[in-house]
Design a protein around this ligand. Structure first.
Ligand SMILES: Cc1cc2nc3c(=O)[nH]c(=O)nc-3n(C[C@H](O)[C@H](O)[C@H](O)COP(=O)(O)OP(=O)(O)OC[C@H]3O[C@@H](n4cnc5c(N)ncnc54)[C@H](O)[C@@H]3O)c2cc1C
Length: 348
């Protein structure tokens, strides 16, 4: 038996589903043009299309299963910034259109006319979505339990051993669990057997305003900037604006939480500059930690050297979309089926 002690820094992080703002975008943090330079055009296209399919699948499946979760299809508006300027966005639009994504380039004039936003340019993209993250996660957990899954909480898994007979897990209160397969979906808390894949931890902040349905911008688009770090926003069903950003590259939770008041004020200022018609004063503000890597891609697959152990690392700004993708890839792996995307997201 090989003991594979898990890292115990769990309480340091805020549960990311609770912190999530739930823009369900298939658009990756890394623009398609940039990912094509890293992976080659074919693989980059496969990654983007797999992400688009995952959003569609989440939408269809949630509807079929009766999980409402304030799910709504929304376009996204990707504003020019310090990553892609107007020229870069024009090229990005052509690249997206070439692989069948519905993406329109808007110049300054069109952006002002249709959205009342002052920026050099933007892309209007169709087929994204938003949802209430707590209701979405709770809806799926409830259904899993109805189908026989057992939810055991709070228990922390602190030890994991693998042998030819399978896997044994031990919790902090001494419960032993035997399994033939284990899928580690531990968010940003990695077990030691999971290669870190150059992921880094980032602190992030968000605010929610008072309800103001009369002031929300056209089409209730999900808005984000092609900048680093980027500002993003969406509206809620009752007309609040959720806006986040101000990311910083550290994960110390005490330091992060001490900065919340100041970061919330900055997000509020940026929001009111971009959207003068919105009352941008924060009614709620919070912080969270998320993982990111240079490609914006998730890592999903069998942990090298551990035949029956899999890990899901949905890092980047699309963790929920990637969870949907992971459910397909891990199911296929357990059933020993090969999917065209399997090789793209595994540990390599
Ligand atoms: C502020 C913020 C905004 C975000 N916005 C978006 C967004 O708009 N769209 C999007 O798609 N994604 C977004 N994300 C990312 C998204 O929330 C995450 O990717 C997603 O929640 C990951 O889900 P998960 O189930 O893999 O991990 P988590 O939701 O982190 O769940 C992992 C669980 O495992 C538990 N755990 C860890 N270690 C152990 C252990 N040893 N034993 C027992 N349990 C353990 C943790 O306590 C936790 O409950 C955002 C994240 C943050 C922080």
């Amino acid at each position: 038996m090989k003991p594979l002690i898990l890292e115990r820094r769990r309480r340091a992080l805020l549960g990311s589903t609770a912190a999530s703002t739930s823009l369900l975008q298939f658009e990756l943090d890394t623009p398609l043009t940039a990912l094509s330079r890293k992976l080659g055009a074919r693989d980059a296209a496969k990654v983007w299309l797999a992400s688009r399919d995952a959003v569609n699948e989440l939408r269809t499946r949630s509807k079929r299963l009766g999980i409402e979760a304030e799910f709504a299809t929304r376009p996204s508006l990707y504003l020019s910034g310090n990553v892609l300027d107007a020229r870069g966005l024009r090229k990005e639009a052509r690249c997206r259109q070439a692989i069948g994504l519905s993406s329109e380039y808007m110049d300054r004039h069109a952006l002002r006319h249709h959205f009342g936003i002052e920026r050099d340019a933007a892309l209007l993209n169709h087929g994204n979505a938003e949802a209430n993250p707590i209701q979405l996660a709770a809806g799926y957990l409830r259904l899993a339990m109805k189908s026989g899954a057992r939810l055991c909480a709070p228990h922390e898994v602190v030890d994991l051993s693998s042998s030819s007979r399978g896997i044994e897990l031990v919790t902090d209160d001494g419960i032993e669990i035997q399994a033939s397969h284990v899928v580690l979906c531990t968010g940003y808390e990695l077990a030691k057997i999971v290669p870190p894949m150059n992921n880094k931890m980032i602190s992030t902040w968000a605010i929610a305003t008072r309800p103001q349905p009369e002031s929300i911008w056209p089409q209730r688009a999900l808005i984000w900037e092609s900048s680093e770090p980027y500002l993003y926003m969406r509206s809620t069903r009752d007309g609040r604006v959720i806006c986040g950003g101000e990311d910083a590259e550290f994960s110390d939770p005490e330091k992060r939480d001490r900065l919340t008041k100041m970061k919330a004020a900055r997000i509020s200022t940026k929001l009111s500059r971009l959207m003068p018609a919105i009352d941008a004063r924060p009614v709620y503000s919070w912080s969270g930690t998320f993982g990111a890597n240079s490609s914006g891609m998730p890592t999903i697959g069998q942990i090298p050297g551990y035949r029956h152990c899999y890990a899901v690392m949905g890092y980047g700004g699309n963790g929920i979309t990637f969870s949907m993708l992971a459910s397909r890839l891990i199911t296929a792996a357990l059933l020993k089926r090969k999917l065209p995307e399997s090789g793209l997201f595994g540990f390599r």
